[in-house]
Design a binder for this molecule. Structure first.
Ligand code: SF4
Length: 432
C-alpha cells in the first residue's frame, strides 16, 4: 500500500505531514511517487487566510481528479479542523475529512492516523521519517496563548502546549543521526516555549517576557547548538527578544532573527492587541547589530488591518527605511471567523490594502536587493541543500533566497564560498 501527502501552508504544517508520513510508514505504507500512484491520498490543508483556503480547495479537487479509482482521499489539517462539516458536505469526492481532534480512520479505511488524545491532538510526538534534506523543522510547541486581533490560530489550534525538552532532544538527535546539519525550531510563539509547563492556568500569554521568561528556550537552544551545526529560531514575538535570548542566538553562530512584528504603528499594534512600536523594535535591532553587525533580520507585516490610516502607513514606511531588514513578507488583512478584528469597524477596502502593500513591498525589495548585492565579494560558509543549491546562515530554508554553488558538491557538505554575483534574492558562490 502506498500513500501520498500533499502539504499546504506554513512550515508547521510540513512538520505535521512528516509525522503523518512517519506514522503511516510504521503501519506498513510506503511513499508513492505521485498522487495517482497512491492507495491513500492525504491533503494536509491550510486555513490561515482566504487565499490559503482557496488554494487548499483547489488542491483537494485536483487530487480528487488525479487519484486512481479505489484510492481514498482524506482531508486533514487546519481547514478540516475549522470547517470540517462544511467541507465534508461540499466535497463529496472526499472520503474522509478529519481535524486534529478526530480520528482520520473511517471504518472502511485501513489507515490508522489516530491522534493520540483529545487534549494533545496535534502530532507533536509522533515519529517522523529521515529527513531528505540536510535541514529539518522541529516543532517545539503547538497552539498559542496570545490573542492577536487578526489571528484565528488559537481558535482551532488551542492554547500553547510545549513539548518536553526530552521529546525535542530525542527527535533532534534522530534527525542529526540521519544527516541533518541544521535544525529550524518552530512554534506559533517560540519565545514562550515552556511557559505552559510552568503555569497552572492557560490562555494568558505573558505580554513582555522577562529574562526568566525566555530561560527555557535559552537552555534548549544552547543544548541543541552543541549537538548540531546550525540551530535557527523562527517566529519570535518581539517582546520575547530578551538580552539573554539575543546573546544565546548570537552564540550559536546563526545570527538570524525572525521577528514577528506585523506593523510599526503603536496605535495600530494596540488595535491588533500586540506589543511594541517602531522605536522599541529599532532599539532591539540596533542593539543586536551593535553586538553582531552581520546579524540578519526577517519579519512579516499585515497591511489593511481595520482602522489602518495613512499615518499608520507612513509609520510603517519610515520603519522599513530605518530598520533595513534583510527579508520581509507582506500580507493584506483577511477577516477571519472568531477573531477580535472581525468585529472591528473601519475596515480598509481591499484595493487600498493592496496599494499599501505594493508601496511597502517595493521599498523593501530595493533594500533586500541592496543587502544581497553588498554580499558580493564576501566569503560565506555554505551548507549544500541539494545539487547546486546551498545556504549561508543568512538564508532560512524555503523562505529566503539561496546561494547557487558548484553542482558537484555533495549534499549535506559545508564549504567556504566566495560570493561572486547576486541575482535578485539569490547569490552565486565559488568554492574556495
Ligand atoms: S502570536 Fe498572535 S499571530 Fe502568532 S499565532 Fe499567536 S495569536 Fe496568532
Amino acid at each position: 500500500m502506498r500513500y501520498w501527502i500533499e502539504t499546504l501552508g506554513c512550515p508547521k504544517n510540513h512538520v505535521d505531514s512528516d509525522k503523518l508520513a512517519g506514522l503511516l510508514e510504521t503501519q506498513g505504507y510506503d511513499p508513492a511517487s505521485s498522487p495517482d500512484d497512491a492507495d491513500l491520498v492525504v491533503a494536509n490543508t491550510c486555513a490561515f487566510i482566504e487565499a490559503a483556503r482557496e488554494e487548499s480547495i483547489e488542491t483537494v479537487l485536483d487530487l480528487a481528479d488525479r487519484k486512481r479509482r479505489g484510492a481514498r482521499l482524506v482531508v486533514t489539517g487546519c481547514m478540516a479542523e475549522r470547517y470540517g462539516d462544511e467541507l465534508a458536505a461540499a466535497l463529496p469526492e472526499v472520503d474522509l475529512v478529519a481535524g486534529f481532534g478526530k480520528s482520520l480512520t473511517a471504518s472502511s479505511t485501513r489507515v490508522e492516523l489516530r491522534a493520540r488524545a483529545a487534549s494533545s491532538f496535534d502530532l507533536l510526538n509522533l515519529p517522523r521519517p529521515t529527513s531528505t534534506t540536510p535541514w529539518a523543522y522541529v516543532k517545539i510547541a503547538e497552539g498559542c496563548d496570545r490573542r492577536c486581533g487578526f489571528c484565528a490560530i488559537p481558535t482551532f489550534r488551542g492554547d500553547q502546549r510545549s513539548r518536553s525538552t526530552e521529546e525535542i532532544l530525542s527527535e533532534a538527535r534522530a534527525l542529526v543521526a540521519g544527516g541533518v546539519k541544521e535544525l529550524v525550531l518552530i512554534a506559533q510563539d517560540l519565545a514562550s516555549w515552556g511557559h505552559d509547563r510552568r503555569r497552572a492556568g492557560r490562555g494568558e500569554a505573558v505580554e513582555v517576557l522577562d529574562e526568566g521568561g525566555t530561560q527555557p528556550l535559552i537552555d534548549l537552544t544552547r543544548t541543541l547548538s552543541t549537538e548540531v551545526e546550525r540551530v535557527r529560531l523562527l517566529y519570535l514575538y518581539p517582546s520575547g527578544l530578551t538580552t539573554g535570548l539575543i546573546d544565546t542566538i548570537l552564540a550559536t553562530g546563526v545570527p538570524y532573527f525572525d521577528l514577528s512584528l506585523q506593523h510599526a504603528s503603536k496605535s495600530l499594534l494596540r488595535r491588533m492587541r500586540r506589543w511594541g512600536n517602531a522605536e522599541r523594535f529599532l532599539e532591539r535591532i540596533d542593539a543586536i547589530r551593535e553586538s553582531e553587525p552581520d546579524a540578519t533580520f526577517r519579519s512579516s507585516f499585515i497591511l489593511g488591518y481595520p482602522g489602518e490610516t495613512e499615518d499608520d502607513q507612513h509609520d510603517l514606511l519610515e520603519f522599513i527605511k530605518a530598520a533595513q531588514l534583510d527579508w520581509a513578507g507582506f500580507f493584506t488583512f483577511s477577516s477571519e471567523d472568531g477573531t477580535y478584528a472581525q468585529g472591528l469597524g473601519d475596515q480598509v477596502p481591499h484595493e487600498l490594502a493592496l496599494e499599501r502593500m505594493r508601496e511597502v513591498s517595493e521599498l523593501q525589495d530595493a533594500i533586500t536587493a541592496t543587502k544581497r548585492d553588498a554580499l558580493v565579494g564576501t566569503t560565506q560558509r555554505i551548507l549544500v541543500d541539494s545539487s547546486g543549491v546551498g545556504r549561508s546562515v543568512r538564508e532560512c530554508p524555503e523562505i529566503d533566497g539561496v546561494v547557487m554553488v558548484d553542482p558537484s558538491l555533495s549534499v549535506g557538505s559545508t564549504v567556504q564560498c566566495r560570493i561572486v554575483a547576486s541575482h535578485g534574492t539569490d547569490l552565486e558562490g565559488v568554492t574556495l
